[in-house]
Design a binder for this molecule. Structure first.
Ligand code: ZN
Length: 267
């Protein structure tokens, strides 16, 4: 079944798609002050304003007879109620739509106070606080969300490469194209770690499915191997078909030093 994919569609499209999905995990941005809130969901570079809330403090203008202290308490109660209201709306949104990351933003300190009122599940997802005006445009929100998503993705990639280095050091990982193709053909790969831009010609054995860096005699069954323009792409497709995890890394010097590809082994 692997060979059916060879030469179909533009090169590296499986990896491009995978990298996109990795990079654009849904992110929620909550823009809040003490009276209003705008909730956004950002995914695949698209931003949607999903909810607007307003809890205006009533009586601010017609309670002239109130003492300053009483007025302030009245305002504080309303602010807290509003932020709790926002926290509830965020929890409902998370339950309905799901998001991996939460960014809290606003013009003042309300977004910092909001964090303390969030459900624990949501507090664990807070990735950043941003200073933004309540009137921020969708385009501004999109730009800031993208910056954060890319930062998160770089962090995650660095972690993956770190795991790969540890696995190699302890004999549970392989590096380089030839070693990785060998491990993949033997069904030993748990997670394939591959650079987005890596491409190299190689060979596929139509008899047993073995992949190699050269289209010579198959090292597994001795049959002839067919030349393919990019064996990395074939390897990625094969990894998916075998149920391996595939981690695409955009640009990482440490992965390049390992030959641009490697794998964490199952055994
Ligand atoms: Zn073979």
């Amino acid at each position: 079944p692997v060979r059916d994919r060879v030469g179909v569609g533009p090169r590296a499209d499986v990896r491009m798609l995978e990298a996109l999905l990795e990079t654009y995990e849904p992110i929620c941005l909550a823009l809040v002050d003490y009276e209003k809130a705008r909730l956004f969901l950002s995914q695949l570079g698209r931003v949607e304003e999903v909810r607007d809330l307003a809890d205006e403090v009533p009586g601010r203008h017609d309670q002239g007879g109130w003492s300053q202290m009483r007025m302030q308490r009245h305002v504080d109660d309303h602010r807290t109620q509003h932020l709790k209201h926002v926290a509830d709306a965020l929890f409902a949104l998370w339950r309905d739509r799901g998001f991996a990351h939460l960014v809290l933003a606003g013009p003042g300190e309300a977004h910092r106070e909001l964090e303390g009122l969030l459900h624990e599940y949501l507090r664990q997802r807070v990735r950043a606080h941003l200073s933004l005006p309540m009137t921020a445009s969708l385009e501004e929100i999109r730009t800031r969300a993208l910056e954060i998503e890319e930062g998160l993705e770089r962090e995650q990639e660095a972690q993956v490469v770190g795991h790969l280095e540890e696995a190699i050091a302890s004999g549970r990982g392989v590096a380089g194209l030839e070693e990785t193709l060998g491990a993949l053909s033997e069904g030993r790969v748990g997670t394939l770690v591959v650079g987005l831009d890596l491409a190299q010609p190689g060979g596929v054995c139509d008899g047993c499915g073995r992949l190699g860096v050269k289209a010579s005699a198959c090292p597994t069954c001795g049959g002839p191997m067919r030349e393919v323009p990019d064996v990395v792409e074939v390897a990625v497709a094969a990894a998916y078909e075998r149920g391996c995890e595939v981690e695409t890394v955009t640009a990482d010097e440490r992965l390049e030093r390992l030959g641009g590809i490697g794998a964490l082994l199952r055994f």
